[in-house]
Ligand binder design. Sequence first.
Ligand SMILES: NC(=O)c1ccc[n+]([C@@H]2O[C@H](COP(=O)([O-])OP(=O)(O)OC[C@H]3O[C@@H](n4cnc5c(N)ncnc54)[C@H](O)[C@@H]3O)[C@@H](O)[C@H]2O)c1
Length: 253
Amino acid sequence: MARLKGKVAVITGGASGMGLASAELFVKEGAKVGIIDLKDEKSLAKAVKRLGTMAGKKGAACCYRADVGDEAAVRAAFAAVRKALGPIDILVNAAGIDTTSEVASMSTAMWDQMIRVNLRGTFLCTREALKDMKKKKWGRVINFASQLAHKGAPEMAHYVASKSAVIGFTRSLAYEAIRDGITVNAICPGPIDTPLLRQIPKHWLARKKKELPIGRFGRVEEVAPTVLMLASDPDGAYYVGATLNMNGGDVMV
Ligand SMILES: NC(=O)c1ccc[n+]([C@@H]2O[C@H](COP(=O)([O-])OP(=O)(O)OC[C@H]3O[C@@H](n4cnc5c(N)ncnc54)[C@H](O)[C@@H]3O)[C@@H](O)[C@H]2O)c1
């Protein structure tokens, strides 16, 4: 299969978890992948090596260490991907953070950092990728939101606010972008076993597991195929401003 043959994709947060799983599927399907992530250089090099092995060739992937909330760093990282791989066809905004605190005791710094990474980062990266996509009159933007945006969660008002805003951003941009042949969609995973989930306090995770009809957390391999589907043509072509919910039944919409 080579559903993404000839395509250049940027995956933010692609050095770990669902971003990395998506990157692996993308290179297997023939795409070249540029990862933008804040992890240390050693972890980034490891991810590029892994993707090269998956693709069966070197040069299928590159990595840039950048904070998606930093405008200048984002601009530089996208310029570097363009130089290395070519103009961008597909953007997956997977970079994200999660912390917990009740609102009454939440620091302003914790609130600001959440919005900076999860929302501002999505905006900054999307704006960069749109430059290439508008010229090509084709593109795919896939934003990671969360099923918590549909139901809320105690101790996560800042996270849920950021992910609800990502859904609003997705829907509004979808109207604008489709005029240029660019689809914009969001996915809303339930709790998926990744480093991000593992650092959430145990009491929160235990409560969450009990709520899940499926009785377990999800796996990255259960999310990446949906990202691939949205990125592919014609499979993803008729999804415009959609939110797809792979969540073990946590929210049935
Ligand atoms: N795991 C879950 O249960 C879950 C559920 C719903 C939504 N999500 C969302 O899915 C996305 C992927 O999460 P994951 O679970 O795979 O997490 P993960 O921690 O495995 O991967 C996230 C990646 O984002 C990177 N990152 C963090 N801050 C960054 C920044 N400022 N700039 C650049 N890169 C940065 C990290 O280095 C990491 O490699 C996130 O947006 C997350 O909010 C996760």
